[in-house]
Design a protein around this ligand. Structure first.
Ligand code: ATP
Ligand code: MG
Length: 291
């Protein structure tokens, strides 16, 4: 850990290039943080927030944060659990979602994890796979490789693999089927242990912004027209931030109702609203949600 009592900014490590890079940069932008063009550079300074961004290989981010060379980082949970460093997860970021799964050749039967007993498993995640096998009381040989894990069974290197999956199409193209999800992952914000008081405050501001962006993405603004005699039923379906806004329409006997709906209940509630007599329903994305 680097004692950094003097440091008046946050040093953030993000992936230099790869699956998490663009979403990490986008999140910073949505948080109103402008990074001067950092392409092909190792670090870049924000112009309007005391933050400096380091661009690194994702595997190295937990170590940099543990050592206090960076104060915080955006990285996949899979990498954090595999590397097992002394860092704290401060916030889930809602992107980079994937799962770490066991896959075996398509034609094989898979009755249970006992299938793996005595088998050879190729993976880039030996620590997580080992934990899983132990939890299942199964002994197998782990063959660590750093990339193209999915070709291992086809070339006779392993009987099964454990790799990151999002759609499953890579597995399918290599004649494999997913039989077990052993870890669900998404990108998270990690922090080092020795932030100074200024940095703690900056991190609180950053997390507040991230939460506002995430909430906005999970919610939609909804406007609809309702006959006044159905208003009570319609309002009872709409939670809103406090309660829905109701405004009279120019047409006598009708009102416009405005509210906020969570993505998860969205279609359910829309159907109920229509049944309850709502018309002209408009759904609009929300940019930020400040609670
Ligand atoms: P680096 O060059 O930084 O080491 P990498 O090749 O190890 O990059 P990427 O393939 O860019 O890593 O993936 C980075 C992270 O993106 C993964 O660790 C994981 O958290 C996440 N991710 C999301 N979906 C997938 C997926 N389908 N396959 C692999 N990783 C995924
Ligand atoms: Mg990597």
């Amino acid at each position: 850990m680097t004692a950094n009592n003097e440091c008046k900014k946050l040093r953030l490590a993000i992936q230099k290039s790869g699956r998490l890079h663009d979403d990490s940069m986008k999140l910073l932008k949505e948080c109103g943080i402008d990074i001067s063009n950092g392409v092909n550079k190792l670090k870049a300074e924000a112009t309007n927030f005391p933050i400096e961004v380091f661009f690194l290989r994702d595997d190295d981010i937990p170590q940099y944060v543990e050592d206090g060379v960076a104060d915080i980082g955006f990285v996949g949970e899979n990498v954090i659990f595999e590397k097992n460093k002394q860092v704290t997860i401060a916030e889930k970021l809602g992107f980079g979602k994937c799962r770490l799964s066991i896959a075996i050749p398509k034609g094989q039967d898979y009755p249970s994890s006992k299938y793996l007993q005595g088998k050879k498993i190729a993976t880039s995640y030996p620590v997580i796979v080992n934990n899983y096998l132990q939890s299942q009381g199964v002994t197998a040989e782990i063959h660590e490789i750093s990339g193209s894990v999915e070709i291992a069974p086809g070339i006779g290197l392993a009987d099964a693999i454990c790799d990151l999956v999002s759609s499953g199409s890579t597995l399918f193209m290599n004649g494999l089927k997913e039989v077990e999800v052993i870890f669900e992952s998404q990108a998270v914000l990690i922090k080092q242990a020795a932030l100074n008081p200024t940095q703690v405050q900056l991190l609180e501001r950053l997390i507040f912004r991230i939460q506002s962006v995430k909430k906005a993405k999970n919610n939609k603004y909804i406007l609809l027209n309702a006959p006044n005699d159905r208003l009570k039923d319609i309002i009872s379906l709409l939670p809103g931030m406090k309660s829905p806004t109701v405004l009279p329409l120019a047409t006598e006997g009708w009102s416009s109702v405005h509210s906020v709906l969570n993505e998860n209940d969205f279609w359910n509630i829309i159907e109920q609203l229509k049944e309850a007599g709502a018309e002209g329903i408009l759904v609009v994305p929300i940019e930020k949600m400040i609670m």
